[in-house]
Design a protein around this ligand. Structure first.
Ligand code: ATP
Ligand code: MG
Length: 561
């Protein structure tokens, strides 16, 4: 028997009540995650998965995965496979086997016949348009169909003929006989079965009538013994229909629908339909483009399952729709990688520096910690020589106020190595910088007593002779963070300049990493090695930047100008 646990949210409070009242045998809890296999899962689904599986885990219950595959024209096995992979990757285990609403097509057909026999369903000959037009609206009741009062026998015969393929798509349908004057428009004799001569990805051509979601869902829940059927807020007004359909089910224990608010995240589109549009229009490279808010995109971008689960814990479960700032998600991945990701150095946008007083043929090795916060991660040897690279943006010929990086006549520290002084800038004919000449103060090597001398800036760098060429992909948001509903279609808002590929230089330690490994490029953010990496060509995705205090100052300076 389940003991009452402290409820973390209103859904758990409801579950606790059911446990206290022994509503379900052995006070069992069985939830389900019911995706429609018509696209790849997105960040919103992460919340639903964490919620359903989280409750399963907390209450020593279980969670089913059930594909709501009642819409054969839009569904595909590709999506089924990706969805299962996503759930697994998040670290959850469903109760075997995987379920499909299509497994229940025979039972659902029988349930429909039962409703007919109970006088609660009828075959309507009206067209979809006529049904739509006679539904009424919030002010006006609907109009009853002329076919509403057919006899049970006639309905059974027609419904069977529908199943046998005697009619064309849309020629007839089965409707629930509820109340055309109901104040809840959902209850005005909703269609529960339609004719559709389409091949289903699992049942092939066995069926040419398909149940609608509102009918299939509660009864599938009931057949599986689901206790708490958790769904998003837009289903609230359909709860009476959910319960109405359960009249066809004779079992004692009936599932209960509980609604919660959808997750919305700034910069992220949470609609499979819209995401598919972006993929089909080629605005992104695919469903798993690292900019996409799909689970597969987020995974490829480099997020960890732990960071997503932590994110869901932090946002909690609400009853009112809300918008979560994407920076919270970014906070979660930084938090997770802080102690997990080793640090190495890479120069994203390199400019060459010649250390003119350093011997040309010498390479020395300096020791650097792999993660200053985790001693156990040890240290490594990093090559240092006369020619190095630094970031273009770490040099300013005519520095603005508070610029403490490299600038003519001034000193900076090269991380883990020496203090160097910038003497000269050598230009190309077009005025661009060819190289920067510096001199090393040999008494200041890190780890020696002379290293105590303080200078304001510390730069990362890469030894030019030993550098590994890599591509780094830097991302911007697909939708701007301050987006408001200005009437434009989302496709017009998509930032087509949201990917920049840089030819960068990394220290040789990068060769120790493989596809899927994450690390921090010092000062530049967390990165992951992308699957596009081939022998001799490393591609890194920036997962997230580090908080950049300079960017803040710069912004403020720009404002003050
Ligand atoms: P989409 O509009 O993207 O297709 P959906 O709700 O139609 O979303 P389903 O495949 O039917 O997608 O969803 C599976 C489960 O995930 C449902 O229980 C649904 O309520 C939930 N879900 C979908 N989007 C969100 C979201 N943004 N926040 C929380 N849960 C969501
Ligand atoms: Mg949907």
């Amino acid at each position: 028997m389940e003991e009452n646990k402290t409820a973390a949210n209103f859904i758990e409070a409801e579950i606790n009540k059911d446990i206290a009242n022994h509503v379900y045998s052995n006070d069992r809890v069985l939830t389900r995650f019911p995706p429609e296999p018509n696209g790849y899962l997105h960040i919103g689904h992460v919340k639903s998965i964490c919620l359903n599986f989280g409750i399963g885990e907390k209450y020593h219950g279980e969670t089913n995965v059930r594909f709501d595959d009642t819409n054969p024209t839009k569904e595909d096995v590709e999506y089924v496979n990706s969805i299962l992979e996503d759930v697994k990757w998040l670290g959850f285990k469903w109760k075997e086997p995987v379920h499909y609403a299509s497994d229940y097509f025979p039972e659902l057909y029988e349930f429909a016949c039962k409703l007919i026999r109970m006088g609660l369903a009828y075959v309507d000959d009206q067209t979809g348009q006529e049904i739509h037009d006679t539904r009424g609206d919030l002010e006006h009741p609907g109009k009853e169909s002329p076919w509403r009062n057919r006899s049970v026998e006639e309905n059974l015969k027609l419904f069977q003929e529908m199943k046998e393929g005697k009619y064309k798509d849309g020629e007839r349908c089965l409707r629930a006989k509820i109340d055309m004057a109901s104040p809840n428009v959902v209850m005005r004799d909703p269609v529960i079965y339609r004719i559709l001569h389409a091949t289903h990805h699992r049942t092939g051509d066995t069926w040419c009538i398909y149940p609608l979601y509102d009918f299939a869902h509660p009864l599938s829940d009931a057949l599986e013994g689901i206790t708490h059927s958790i769904c998003t807020l837009e289903f609230e007004e359909r709860r009476p229909l959910y319960n109405w359909c359960l009249q066809a089910y004779e079992g004692k224990e009936k599932p209960r629908q509980i609604e919660f608010a959808r997750l919305n995240v700034t910069t992220m589109i949470t609609s499979k339909r819209k995401l598919r549009k972006m993929v089909e229009a080629g605005l992104v490279s695919g469903w798993d483009d690292p900019r996409m808010p799909t689970i597969s995109g987020i995974r490829r971008r480099g997020y960890t399952p732990e960071s997503l689960r932590h994110f869901c814990d932090l946002i909690g479960v609400a009853k009112a729709d809300n918008m979560v700032d994407v920076s919270l998600l970014e906070y979660c991945i930084r938090e997770d990688l802080k102690a997990k990701a080793p640090r190495i150095m890479a120069v994203i946008d390199p400019v060459k520096v010649v250390l003119t007083n350093y011997p040309a043929d010498k390479v020395e090795y300096v020791t650097m910690e792999n993660n200053p916060e985790v001693e156990a991660m040890g240290s490594r040897q990093v090559p240092f020589s006369r020619n190095i690279y630094i970031e273009k943006e770490d040099f300013m010929e005519n520095p603005v106020k508070k610029f403490f990086r490299m600038t003519p006549g001034k000193e900076v520290r090269l991380k883990g190595a020496y203090i160097v002084k910038c003497d000269e800038v050598v230009k190309n004919e077009d005025g661009s910088i060819k190289e920067i000449h510096c001199t090393v103060d040999f008494d200041t090597r890190s780890g020696t007593p002379g290293a105590d001398r303080k200078v304001k800036g510390t730069l990362h760098w890469v030894c030019a002779d030993k550098a590994v060429d890599i591509d780094t992909r830097l991302y911007d948001y697909l939708i701007p963070p301050d987006d408001t509903d200005d009437g434009r279609d989302f496709m017009e808002k998509v930032n087509t300049h949201s990917l920049v590929v840089m030819h960068s230089k990394a220290e040789p330690a990068i060769l120790d990493y493989k596809i899927g490994d994450r690390f921090q490029f010092l000062r530049k953010g967390y990165f992951i090695i992308d699957k596009d990496t081939t022998e001799g060509h490393i591609v890194c995705n920036r997962i997230v930047g580090l908080r950049d205090s300079w960017a803040k100052i710069q912004k403020k300076q720009d404002k003050d100008k």
